[in-house]
Design a protein around this ligand. Structure first.
Ligand code: SF4
Length: 343
């Protein structure tokens, strides 16, 4: 990676004050996204992936959220930008595809009108120009007979077609950053593969930077250039796709990989889900937030994992937050079932 990153996030904290205390949804997160590259953010539900990206888009309610740190898009500080400026940037310079297209599209308006309205809002185009642009976008995302289907309502589209329509709407103003939040989770495997191919083709065509949020490392393997693994609101590992998937450094990443089916793996060996549940962000565990679920705390010794938060050491974009030395890690990770051993 080289040059000034297109998106730069530094020491981001996103906290939600509640009657029961403060939910520390994101706690000191830093990452970059280069132009034309795809960053995959992976983690279980509640790890802070979506909260992070809603902060980038400026979609958290200011009265109910405490946000600190720095988010810069093409050099512009988004945390100090006005609501009006953020609205201008959303849909124009950055946009988002959500998981549930049916919930995200209005059932009362045609697909063409919804795509066209986004275009009109940001460009001032006429209704006729907006309709032409909607047909063009439906063509680009592979909707058959786009000049007819542009007048359909969302319920007349299949799940895969609705997701394509969402992508068309997200890309209608040629955004430079696209955030895709679990965009294929609700789709069957074949349609999922088609949508991934479509995103990759569109990225090649337009040079858009993509943040792809998922809980599924298999999806990451298909699309990401760089990978950031989140746990309990923090980054626990980052690196290139090959580094993270082939030589994981963090026990949590190892656990995610162990719970993922592979085509070339032995069929008679059961998958190994990570024991336990993700931490409460209202009252997260001290030290390493993964320690109640980690099998390697004794290897570190001295109760250090429960008391001392491991720093994220990053060199040339590669690093992890774990107290294991490289020698200890090599020993522990040689046992592929390591993360499933009871403490
Ligand atoms: Fe496991 Fe300790 Fe490393 Fe955390 S710091 S991942 S608890 S070994």
């Amino acid at each position: 990676m080289s040059g000034t990153p297109f998106l730069s996030v530094r020491d981001l904290h996103v906290h939600f004050p509640t009657a029961d205390g403060t939910v520390r949804a994101v706690d000191g997160l830093s990452f970059d996204v280069e132009r034309g590259r795809t960053l995959g953010i992976v983690g279980e539900s509640g790890s802070g992936k979506s909260v992070t990206n809603l902060a980038v888009l400026g979609l958290h309610h200011p009265d109910h959220t405490e946000i600190s740190g720095e988010i810069r898009l093409d050099g512009q500080d988004l945390l100090t930008a006005s609501a009006r400026e953020l609205e201008r940037l959303r849909g124009n310079k950055m946009s988002m595809i959500f998981q549930d297209a049916l919930a995200s599209l209005s059932p009362y308006h045609t697909i063409g009108r919804q795509i066209g309205e986004t275009f009109r809002k940001h460009t001032g185009a006429s209704r006729k120009e907006a309709r032409e642009r909607a047909v063009e976008m439906l063509t680009r995302v592979g909707i058959p007979q786009p000049d007819l289907r542009v007048d359909d309502y969302p319920h007349q589209f299949s799940g895969g077609m609705r997701q394509r329509a969402m992508i068309a709407m997200a890309l209608v103003c040629d955004p430079e950053l696209l955030i895709a939040d679990e965009p294929t989770t609700a789709l069957d495997v074949t349609v999922q593969a088609q949508i991934m191919d479509l995103l990759k083709d569109l990225q090649q065509e337009t040079g858009t930077s993509i943040i792809f949020i998922t809980h599924d490392l298999g999806v990451i393997a298909d699309i990401a250039d760089e990978v950031l693994v989140m746990y309990g609101g923090r980054c626990v590992e980052r690196g290139t796709r090959k580094e993270v998937l082939s030589t994981p450094q963090h026990p949590y990443t190892l656990g995610l990989l162990g719970s993922m089916p592979t085509l070339d793996g032995p069929v008679d060996v059961p998958l190994s889900p990570i024991p336990g549940t993700p931490p409460s962000l209202l009252d997260p565990p001290g030290g390493c937030r993964f320690h109640p679920r980690c099998s390697f705390t004794e290897e570190v010794g001295g109760g250090r994992c429960a008391t001392e938060q491991p720093a994220l050491e990053v060199v040339d974009g590669r690093g992890s937050a774990c107290h294991l030395s490289s020698g200890q890690r090599a020993r522990c990770f040689a046992d592929p079932a390591g993360t499933t051993r009871p403490n």
